[in-house]
Design a protein around this ligand. Structure first.
Ligand SMILES: C[S@@+](CC[C@H](N)C(=O)[O-])C[C@H]1O[C@@H](n2cnc3c(N)ncnc32)[C@H](O)[C@@H]1O
Length: 357
C-alpha cells in the first residue's frame, strides 16, 4: 500500500516542485514511503516524522501544489495507518484535477496500478465515514472531492473483489521484476535451487506447483532437478508467461489455468506439492490445504513458502504451522529471512514449512 501511495503521490510531485523547487520535503516523504514499503524503515520512526511533508504544503501557492504536497505527506503516513494510502490517492487526484490531466484520468491510472496485495489490504479498510476514528472517519478525507475520490476507489475495490484474477493478470507483466519472483539474479536463483532441490531429493519427481505465477520455480525445478512439474494458476496471463518461460525447458513443465483451491489434478498423483505465497490468498486456507495434501502420494512431501508481510496480508508462521499440523505429524518450520533469497533485507515474517508423511 505504501508503494502504491508513493506512486500516486510521485505522479503529481512536479506540481509542487514547479512552485517550490528548493523544498525537498515531499520528495523525501515519497522516498520514505518507498523505503517503508521495502521494509527498511520502522513504523515508530515514521510516525515521528509524519507531519514533516504536510508542512511543506505552505511552500506552495496554487491549490494543485498544495494538494501534491499533501499527497506526499499522506504517502509517508501509510507507515502510521494504512488508510493514508487512500488519502495519498485522493490528494493526488485532486492535484491532477486542478492541473490539465484531470482527476478522473488520475483515478483510472491509480486503479490500474494497484497490485493485488495492495488491493487486498485496501479492501480491509472500513468504508469512508463508517468508522468514527482514524483518517477514514467523518473528517477531512470524507468530505468534498477527496471523499468522492476515495468512494470511487473503494467502489472499484468492491467491484473487483470477487474477481481477483483480473488483479493478478494485471500484475503478471511486472511480476518477475521482484528479485525473488523472477530469480533473474544468478545468486538468488542459486539460493532457491539450493534450498528446494535437497528437500525434494532425487530426479524426475512429480511436482504440483500451486499458484505457480509466471512459473519461475517450476522452471527452476525442471531445469535443475529434472523434475516433472505441473503448475496451476487461475490467472491466464500468469500462465501464458509461465508457458513462454518454459518453452525451451526440458523436461518442459505443464501449466494449467485452474483454481488452486480445487486444482484440476489427479488425487495421489504427486510426490511433492509446492506452493509459494499462495495459501494466504485462498478464501479458506484450511480446506485448500487439505485438498493439496490429497494430491500427494502416501510418501509425498508438502513444501510451503509463506509469510506475513508488514502490509498486514499473509499468514503468520504460527497459523500456518497449526493448519498443516492439523493433518500431518511431521511438520518442520524454518524462518526464512536471509537476504540471499529476497534480494535485500526483509523485516517481515517469512518462513518455509516442510511436511513429510
Ligand atoms: C504471490 S504470487 C506467487 C506466484 C508463484 N508461486 C511464485 O512464488 O513466484 C500468487 C499467485 O497465486 C495465484 N493465485 C491466487 N489465488 C489463486 C487461486 N485461487 N487459484 C490459482 N491461482 C491463484 C495468482 O494468480 C499468483 O500468480
Amino acid at each position: 500500500m505504501a508503494a502504491w501511495a508513493a506512486d500516486c503521490a510521485e505522479r503529481v510531485l512536479h506540481l509542487f516542485e514547479a512552485e517550490a523547487p528548493a523544498d525537498d520535503r515531499p520528495r523525501n516523504a515519497i522516498a520514505r514511503a518507498r523505503a517503508f514499503a521495502r521494509g527498511e524503515l520502522s513504523t515508530a520512526g515514521e510516525i515521528r516524522q509524519r507531519f514533516v511533508a504536510g508542512r511543506a504544503a505552505h511552500s506552495a501557492t496554487s491549490p494543485a501544489g498544495v494538494a501534491a504536497a499533501r499527497a506526499a505527506a499522506q504517502a509517508a503516513g501509510v507507515a502510521h495507518m494504512g488508510a493514508h494510502a487512500l488519502g495519498a490517492a485522493a490528494y493526488a487526484a485532486r492535484a491532477a484535477g486542478f492541473a490539465a490531466d484531470g482527476a478522473v484520468h488520475e483515478l483510472e491510472w491509480q486503479l490500474a496500478h494497484l497490485s493485488p496485495e495492495a488491493a487486498i489490504a485496501l479492501r480491509q479498510l472500513p468504508p469512508l465515514g463508517d468508522d468514527t476514528a482514524g483518517p477514514l472517519g467523518p473528517g477531512l478525507l470524507a468530505s468534498g472531492d477527496l471523499g468522492e475520490h476515495i468512494r470511487r476507489i473503494q467502489a472499484d475495490l468492491l467491484r473487483t473483489r470477487d474477481d481477483p484474477r483480473t488483479l493478478w493478470d494485471a500484475e503478471a507483466e511486472t511480476f518477475d521484476d521482484a528479485p525473488d519472483h523472477g530469480l533473474l539474479d544468478p545468486d538468488i536463483r542459486r539460493a532457491w535451487a539450493h534450498l528446494l532441490l535437497p528437500l525434494i531429493g532425487g530426479r524426475g519427481r512429480r511436482i504440483a506447483d500451486l499458484g505457480c505465477g509466471t512459473g519461475t520455480l517450476s522452471v527452476l525445478l525442471a531445469t535443475e532437478g529434472g523434475h516433472l512439474v505441473t503448475g496451476v494458476d487461475f490467472s491466464p496471463e500468469m500462465v501464458r508467461r509461465a508457458r513462454e518461460k518454459a518453452s525451451d525447458t526440458a523436461p518442459e513443465p505443464e501449466f494449467i489455468v485452474g483454481d488452486a483451491a480445487d486444482p484440476p489434478l489427479p488425487l495421489g498423483g504427486f510426490d511433492v506439492v509446492l506452493s509459494r505465497h499462495v495459501l494466504w490468498a485462498m478464501p479458506d486456507p484450511a480446506t485448500a490445504l487439505q485438498t493439496w495434501l490429497d494430491l500427494l502420494t502416501p510418501t509425498g512431501i508438502l513444501i510451503l513458502v509463506e509469510g506475513q508481510w508488514h502490509t498486514g496480508v499473509g499468514l503468520s508462521a504460527e497459523e500456518c504451522f497449526a493448519l498443516v499440523s492439523a493433518s500431518r505429524k511431521n511438520v518442520e518450520i524454518r524462518m526464512f529471512d536471509d537476504p540471499a533469497y529476497w534480494g535485500g533485507p526483509v523485516s517481515d515474517e517469512r518462513y518455509l514449512i516442510v511436511s513429510t508423511p
